[in-house]
Write a protein that binds this ligand. Structure first.
Ligand SMILES: Nc1ncnc2c1ncn2[C@@H]1O[C@H](COP(=O)(O)OP(=O)(O)OP(=O)(O)O)[C@@H](O)[C@H]1O
Length: 263
């Protein structure tokens, strides 16, 4: 059994169109599993259900049917075993960077001494020790994302969920944070599931790429690039990198299969 396991997960949202109550099907019988310590990317066109899948794993949405388990436990709402990083860090504006990291720890009811120590450790882990007392408006987009990552990691979740974590950043900052994430993964061995539109990012970071189309699982593509992957130039020029990028692109552009049309 995988560390995170989705089994036949479907999700419909109520949708009112011109006063008529309908429903939108975001996920249709989605099943995949993620092993402990693995990095898995969810890739697919806009509206295919990536964010919905991630929010269901986080417990922010419930599945209409099917089941989701983490370490064998059925998901029933949010829990400290999972941490989430959003596309925009959504920090509390009145709190400094380090105090934002403390926020999640306060929710966990830890002793103040441990809260202070952990927040200090994780702000340093993401390289922001020098800016720990800055308020969010004094931080760049990349720095805010670093705080968001530190905030999620500080609660020591078993699974880190990331929804297009670097999507809003310029390409240079994005590359820096991709490298930092690989380094953090190397050190913490967290299970990571992230959503991306960027095929290069999917191949660079992930052990496997879950390709989704129209709420369905289309294909799961393993990436057999050795770790550590810190030498980005070497990784990008590897034949496996190009091969897997092409496979994902082809999976995304295949015509819909009959069961995909049925939804
Ligand atoms: N709260 C909601 N109410 C109604 N429909 C929703 C809701 N959330 C998502 N949907 C619909 O579910 C489908 C999947 O949305 P979702 O955000 O999961 O896709 P996505 O693959 O993450 O898209 P993107 O890449 O653009 O972020 C879409 O058709 C969307 O309109």
């Amino acid at each position: 059994m995988g560390h995170v396991e989705l089994l036949n997960v479907s999700k419909t949202f109520p949708l009112k169109v011109k006063g008529v109550q309908r429903h939108a099907r975001a996920l249709d019988n989605l099943s995949f599993s993620v092993n402990k310590g693995e990095i898995v990317a969810l890739a697919g066109p806009s509206g295919c259900g990536k964010t919905t899948a991630l929010r269901i794993i986080m417990g922010l949405e419930s599945a209409s049917s099917g089941s989701v388990t983490v370490a064998g436990r059925q998901i029933n709402g949010c829990g400290f075993d999972r941490g989430m990083v959003f596309q925009h860090a959504e920090l509390l504006p009145w709190r400094s960077a380090v105090e934002n990291i403390k926020f999640g720890l306060e929710m966990k009811n830890l002793a103040q001494k441990e809260i202070d120590e952990r927040a200090e450790r994780f702000i340093n882990l993401v390289g922001l020790g020098h800016a720990k007392d800055h308020r969010p408006h004094q931080l760049s987009g990349g720095m805010k994302q670093r705080v968001g990552i530190a905030r999620a990691l500080a609660i020591d979740p078993e699974v880190l969920l990331m929804d297009e974590p670097f999507g809003a950043l310029d390409s240079q900052t994005r590359e820096t944070l991709q490298m930092e994430l690989l380094d953090i993964h190397q050190r913490t061995e967290k299970t990571i599931i992230f959503v991306t539109h960027d095929l290069d990012e999917a191949v660079l970071l992930a052990d496997r790429v879950v390709v989704m189309v129209g709420g369905h699982l289309r294909e799961i593509i393993p990436v057999e690039l050795e770790r550590p992957r810190s030498d980005m130039r070497r990784i990008r020029s590897a034949s496996e990198f190009t091969r897997k990028r092409t496979m994902i692109w082809e999976a995304l552009h295949e015509p819909a299969k009959p069961h995909e049309l049925a939804a």
